[in-house]
Design a protein around this ligand. Sequence first.
Ligand code: SAH
Length: 507
Amino acid sequence: MDKGIVYLVGAGPGDPKLITVKGLECIQKSDTIIYDRLVSDRMLSFARPGAEIVYVGKSPERHTLTQSEINRLLVEKALKGKTVTRLKGGDPFVFGRGGEEAEALAAAGVLFEIVPGVTSAIAAAAYAGIPVTHRDFTSTFAVITGNEDPLKEDSSIDWAKISTGAGTLVFLMGMANLPHITKRLVENGRSPKTPAALVRWGTRPEQRTLVGTLEDISRKAESEGFKNPALIIIGEVVRLREKLSWFEKKPLFGKRILVTRSREQASVLSEALEALGAEPLEFPTISVVEPEDFGPLDLALDNLGSYQWVIFTSVNGVESFFKRLRYHRKDVRELYGAKLCAIGPKTREALENYGLIVDYVPVEFRAEEILKVLQGKVAAGDRVLMPRADIARKILPESLSRLGAQVDEVTAYRTVPGEGQGGRIAEMLKKGEIHGITFTSSSTVRNFVNMLGATDIKSLLGNVTVACIGPVTADTAREMGIEADLVAEEYTIEGLIKAILNYYKSI
Ligand code: SAH
């Protein structure tokens, strides 16, 4: 049997993109992932299918493993030959007890590697616009534990030295002891006027920052009910926040938005939302799969030369069409002579990627509008091919037939419900952890409702902003009991983003 290995990996402070490339690779290749409370769920979605995922953090509902039980678990898995990622919030060696776990592995002769992470001590400060050092303010900073028992006689923290010994002081795990910490610092010579900041859930949509001074921050925290997990940052550098705050100023800051498209198509929307400061959460309600019967598509591919028009209505349609063409060892030359119509700029782009120039891209993307324009272009008797989804709407092909065209509507792909876990999303919705939801087609709405299995979808989405890509999707939503808060004017992803931005600007 192969020898196992344990990677002690820092997951970063919360923003899932703040993991290192090496850390991500460890997650992707591991058989077992053992993770803590402060590790973002999104990180776990990078695990390979079938990987064993074990939670060992504290939680009121579950039995908590002691540190020595965790150590034993790591050793045990590795001795069974497993590749294990031990995922810890921030950096594994900054108050993460990573050192103790590494010692246990070393003692048991288990192979291990340390993959450092971005520590919250620096990153949460940075996301609040506070650099821990700055030439105009200080050249030193210290990271200190804040959870030491304040009544302990002989403190392991030398308060006399630390209070004035470093310019910036960052306390972790210190919220419960905040009054004690600020008092000790002042007693030991730090000016009560020293700026202080608290950053809670740094780098995540829930980030909140509170600013004050050593003498009033404790009172402010109390009146605001400010709790862990938070950093306490003391020092002149806190003043820079006024100039450097950036994350909290992003237009979609604080919004966790559900992306319900298929996994393959989600990234464009997710990335755009992220760039605007939102945290996208992908919940694929759709999977694109092969048709049950390739017969009609194959027949059309055999007779491509006989068509005057080929109309593609989606990127999936383009991709499945060419995949099948390639399967038959044929290529674009088969399309010689046919005019090409692409519904929407993305569909056009997909065709252009195959070296094709599209003859016609309607400005409006609704079947009803497209028809108006095609009326002058498609002649009676023309043969029109439409490779599309099994459940596509019938309006366009039916109307083209009425113009006298001979329309072959063939199934190039099927959409089936995605593999996302509805239960987890329903739970997050109940807790108010999801602020917005995007629907990019009627099937995303239908599948979403089915996958959630919730009887009262209306109350579940009560405080959630519902965004639809167009009126057809919004109509389907209404039929399913979901009222859209906003509908894009231009029925594209860009249009949807624009509408979301405008919506949040206006409220
Ligand atoms: N190894 C971790 C720290 C673990 S101790 C690291 O390097 O970041 C846990 C403490 O870290 C929390 O009590 C809190 O003080 C701090 N912390 C972790 N994540 C945080 C976040 N996103 N925002 C603010 N503080 C955070």
